[in-house]
Design a protein around this ligand. Structure first.
Ligand SMILES: [Zn+2]
Length: 471
């Protein structure tokens, strides 16, 4: 099952739904509001994290040449953080003009792109610099190792006085560079890490035919639409349950570098109304960096188990009595068979510990995972195991443990999947799945306050959008 193409599918092709064609089409009227971005980013990011101050401190302004960074703050990892500045221009307007370059006269700086086979010595020669400084540079601390592994495509900028080197910056990527500079005639080195500038954006839409189409009309990227479907996908079947008139709205992050959008996500908060029922989800990030989505009361949006642990093409055998295709006699089928191409990854249905990995008679290559005291899952007929899936190891929900095959008694490549509750086989397709853990008790008050604020922001954006439509 290709989830992406499922989302793109028009719900009318699956469900016969005569309907009015002229419902309010909010998505067309969508606007991204960033005028209040500074305020919102500050509040949201601060609230979304256990470690508010640190998160805020990490935000950086972009478009400033590394050479002009004397005011930047070194951090505990010996890295450099640039100070925070927030955009003033709305996203929908022209992108902000490039930030001013370094204060030094431009003529002092020379730039060279590193070519295949270049050494520092050959580059210095090309730029007309004396070779003497090289010796000193390569002996500096760890970040100076970049000089020994110059990569074609990286750029190197030098500030110099005649043939005397004053400063050298090697740009490894858009975000990382290494800077050599002088203090009292002595060279020093530091790694400069620029961080993406994060802005908050708002999107909303009403579904006409599919989530995908309305999402695109609302200005959302494919990745963001998938993320939205992923958050609510535990409760809403985006193929069968979607109806014309369903609505969504969300706050999400956009990441910018030099005024150019380079990525979007994660979603900070979202709401989805399906057939009159509304679901809300709020992202919460713990101090260790782990993030999850919870409803406004702190319950997890996820279930403790995936409904299907493999991307399958069809269900080739259901749970219950059947004639065994190989043994040719009546037997109870204790699981579900998912036909899939050999080699398709099989995922752990939930967090747990691998208690068995090996050949198991007709099951062929098999893994059994124990999930707490009550639940266990079994995966059979694998072609091979994932190398990290060993007996005794802990696995996370969604982690690949092996690959589809036809080992043991199997007529073709498929995953045989079993779900046990207190040792009793249950139908994986219909068993009621427990929710994943709610918000940690110690974070609950913090989360509830955050949830209230973020939902208020969502309402504020919606109001602003509606007001702009009335005008
Ligand atoms: Zn089976």
């Amino acid at each position: 099952m290709d989830y992406n193409s499922f989302l793109k599918r028009d719900y009318k092709s699956l469900v016969d739904m005569p309907g009015q064609r002229r419902a309010l089409h909010l998505s067309r009227l969508h606007v991204i509001l960033v005028a209040a971005g500074a305020l919102v980013i500050g509040t949201l990011l601060a609230l979304a994290s256990d470690d508010a101050a640190a998160t805020r401190g990490q935000l950086t302004v972009n478009g400033i040449a590394p050479a002009s960074l004397p005011a930047a703050v070194p951090t505990d990892e010996g890295r450099l953080r640039l100070p925070l500045a927030l955009p003033e221009l709305p996203v929908s307007a022209a992108p902000p003009a490039a930030a001013p370059r370094a204060a030094e006269p431009a003529a002092d700086w020379q730039e060279s792109r590193i070519r295949r086979g270049d050494t520092l010595s050959s580059i210095f020669k090309r730029l007309g610099l004396a070779q003497g400084a090289i010796h000193e540079l390569v002996r500096l601390g760890k970040p100076a190792r970049v000089l020994r592994r110059l990569q074609p495509g990286q750029t190197l900028r030098v500030r110099h006085d005649g043939e005397r080197l004053l400063e050298l910056v090697i740009r490894e990527s858009d975000l990382e560079s290494v800077r050599f500079y002088q203090v009292d005639g002595q060279f020093h080195v530091q790694r400069v890490v620029r961080e993406l500038e994060r802005r908050v954006a708002f999107g909303a839409g009403t579904i006409e035919s599919s989530l995908f189409e309305s999402g695109i009309a609302a200005g959302l990227s494919n990745a963001l639409i998938m993320e939205l479907a992923g958050i609510f996908g535990w409760d809403i079947d985006f193929v069968l349950d979607i109806r014309k008139g369903d609505q969504f709205r969300l706050l999400y992050e956009e990441q910018y570098l030099d005024g150019r959008k380079v990525a979007d996500g994660p979603i900070l908060a979202a709401e989805f109304t399906n057939r009159g029922k509304t679901w809300r989800a709020i992202r919460y990030t713990y101090a260790d960096g782990r993030s999850d989505y919870y409803d406004p009361s702190g319950l997890s949006m996820r279930k403790a188990f995936l409904r299907t642990p493999v991307d399958f093409t069809r269900i080739s055998s259901r749970f219950g009595k059947r004639k065994h295709p190989v043994l040719n006699r009546m037997r109870t089928h204790k699981g579900v068979d998912y036909a899939a191409r050999a080699g398709t990854p099989i995922r752990a249905a939930g967090d747990g510990k691998i208690v068995f990995r090996g050949r198991k008679g007709g099951y062929g290559r098999t893994i059994i995972i124990q999930h707490g005291a009550r639940y266990s899952t079994l995966y059979a007929h694998m072609s091979r195991y994932h190398k990290r899936a060993r007996k005794g190891r802990y696995v996370k929900q969604g982690q690949v443990i092996g690959y589809v095959g036809s080992s043991g008694l199997a007529t073709g490549p498929h995953l045989h999947y079993e779900f046990r509750v207190n040792g009793v086989h249950r139908n994986p397709l219909t068993v009621r799945l427990p929710n994943a853990r709610p918000i940690a008790r110690s974070r609950k008050d913090n989360f509830l306050a955050h949830a209230q604020r973020v939902m208020a922001q969502l309402d504020m954006y919606t109001e602003t959008q509606l007001a702009s439509l009335r005008r």
